[in-house]
Ligand binder design. Structure first.
Ligand code: SAH
Length: 578
């Protein structure tokens, strides 16, 4: 099976130490300590238990005692106990701070005079991050405030970048990250505390030393590979030069693969998702999606690729080597509003550029729901994978609702609404072919469109703006409207530019909304910020003369990480109108 070879439970070479009492591994960056994927637990402990069961042929989950954790994107050594009898001693050593924990970090901005120093701060947790609290003595140290102590020694410097050895004398959440940021030298690649651009969080747990719980002898477990950190300090962020460097490219791909383990191993529930999301995975100008046993690689036409023909081949070879059956290639035009024939052989070759061809129609699954995809039919495959969370939301809201899916494309939203118990769905799109594909998706999902259902689920090939106006004039109403327009659209009647016209579109949609109705509104334009988008949506509701009860930001998928410190490309909100 391809998926368990791309996403093995654990790699044997990542086991650092093992005896009857202890089990220590190298945690690659990207592996969470706590499950992050709803499809399947993908945390370190779940994976290690699976690995031990497979390796040792166990019928039941083995015991693993947890004594420490590492942040998802921190790499390095982590120790577990294999028997309960080993817990007391280890817990006591942690409690008494007798465990020697050493880290290595790559940072930018460390004052040039700093060589060796002790960082002492008081920290307080605020939601998902940690703050340094000043003037603690006056506060009397109350309110969840904890003292943190980190010893720092500079190992090497290049320009304003440095690699530092750290000894953590306390073990607070995000301790090293916050304390380094507080002295103006955040860990590179740190999205929360202002790290410099880097392909990952440049923090590594390099060793742990303690007394063996049974023998009492001192044990030192080291995880010495800090080459990624050294490379960053020596050369800085590679940006597009990552495609000229085999080791860096492999590391970035391996990290992307680790981050999608939960989706990759979802036992067939979700078989299509994003594997590489451009800068969010430190691979600029490249987006790669998994469709069952195949990959679709999308290259964004730019100087990253144009002047470097070897880069594309290197990427495609390595993608194929991950273990998929074949790789399709799509070259995305620079600007989405430039119309090209999307079936041109040079921008969307009909045959895979590596490996074997897929069937003409590939049935993929998303959280158990089948959809039809075509990998060799132009630039688009028939499904937008970045809408997974929104489809889940719509399904959960759909029971008994009248749902309008405006700009429906292949009707994926309508299908999940039908499965969620919508009393009626209307799919509106200007493209007749898209609606035919939509019927195909209904059929794949087992929703009958004939007989009694024929009037429940309807398909309307029409300009969305005209349709909304017409429905309003008729006095028809919907409980839920999905609005997912392209960034640019022009028909004989109208030109729509999301950046300036989104508010008017919302106003049209609000006018067909029943009291208390909701809109899921999406905007995939990179030039529109979340703030601007929210403002346009709000203005649209007002234009329609209705009261906005709530506008809620919707989360994006784990497989679409935004670039460091930036917003995701796809912004969506759930709007409730009185
Ligand atoms: N919501 C869809 C994706 C929409 S893609 C999904 O989740 O799968 C944008 C769609 O808008 C395309 O199918 C395109 O045919 C359609 N479209 C563009 N301009 C339009 C217009 N003026 N009226 C109706 N449909 C339009």
């Amino acid at each position: 099976m391809i998926r368990s070879c791309v996403w093995p439970s654990w790699r044997p070479e990542h086991v650092l130490f093992e005896d009857e009492d202890l089990f220590a591994v190298h945690k690659p960056p990207g592996v969470p300590s706590q499950a992050a994927q709803p499809d399947r637990p993908d945390d370190l402990v779940t994976r290690l238990k699976l690995f031990l069961m497979e390796r040792d042929g166990l019928a039941r989950e083995p015991y693993l005692g947890i004594h420490q954790r590492l942040d998802r994107d921190t790499s390095g050594v982590i120790v577990f106990t294999k028997r309960k009898s080993a817990n007391a001693s280890l817990a006591e050593q942690f409690e008494r701070r007798e465990i020697d924990k050493r880290y290595v970090a790559a940072v930018r901005g460390l004052p040039s005079h700093a060589r060796e120093t002790v960082l002492v701060d008081h920290l307080r947790r605020v939601e998902d991050h940690v703050e340094v609290v000043r003037g603690v003595r006056a506060l009397g140290g109350r309110g969840g405030i904890q003292r943190a102590v980190t010893r720092l020694r500079v190992r090497a410097r290049t320009d304003d970048r440095a690699i530092v050895d750290l000894v953590l004398e306390t073990g607070r959440m995000h301790q090293a990250r916050v304390q380094l940021a507080h002295v103006g030298a955040p860990v590179a690649g740190d999205p929360i505390y202002g790290g410099a651009p880097a392909p990952r969080l440049m923090l590594h747990a390099a060793s742990i030393a303690f007394l063996h719980p049974r023998t009492g002898k001192r044990v030192v477990i080291a995880d010495r590979d800090t080459s990624a950190l050294e490379a960053w300090v020596a050369r800085g962020d590679l940006g597009a030069r990552i495609y000229d460097d085999d080791a860096a490219l492999d590391a970035a791909m391996a990290l992307a693969v680790e981050r999608r383990w939960g989706l990759g191993r979802s036992d067939g529930k979700t078989t299509a998702f994003r594997l590489i999301n451009e800068d969010g995975d430190a691979l600029p100008g490249l987006a790669v999606d998994v469709y069952g046993e195949h990959l679709v690689a999308q290259i964004y036409a730019s100087e990253i690729w144009n002047d470097h023909p070897a880069r594309r081949d290197r990427v495609l070879d390595r993608l194929h080597a991950l273990g998929f059956r074949g790789v399709y290639l799509k070259i995305r035009p620079k600007q989405a509003n430039v119309l090209v024939d999307t079936r041109r052989e040079d921008i969307a070759p009909a045959s895979p550029v590596r490996g074997e061809a897929a069937p003409e129609i590939v049935t993929i699954h998303e959280e158990g729901t089948p959809f039809c995809a075509r990998l060799s039919d132009g630039l688009s495959t028939g499904i937008f994978l970045d809408q997974r969370q929104n489809r889940r939301l719509l399904r959960s809201l759909a029971k008994g609702a009248r749902v309008a899916n405006v700009f429906s494309y292949t009707c994926a939203f309508s299908v999940v609404a039908a499965l969620g118990g919508a009393s009626r769905t209307v799919s509106v799109d200007a493209a007749v072919v898209a609606l035919l594909r939509g019927r195909e998706n209904f059929a794949a999902a087992g929703v009958d469109l004939d007989g009694g259902n024929a009037s429940l689920h309807t398909f309307i090939a029409e300009d969305a703006f005209s349709w909304l106006s017409r429905v309003h004039a008729k006095g028809d109403a919907f409980d839920l409207v999905v609005l997912d327009p392209p960034s640019y659209s022009s028909t004989k009647k109208r030109r729509f530019v999301a950046e300036s016209d989104y508010g008017e579109l919302v106003a049209l949609a609000v006018r067909v909304l029943a009291p208390g109705g909701k809109i899921i509104a999406c905007c995939n334009h990179r030039g529109v910020s979340r703030t601007k988008f929210r403002r346009m949506v709000h203005a649209g509701v007002r234009m329609a003369g209705r009261e906005l009860l709530q506008q809620k930001d919707l989360p994006d998928g784990q497989d679409f990480p935004p670039p460091l410190g930036k917003e995701p490309f796809m912004k969506s909100v759930l709007v409730t109108v009185r």
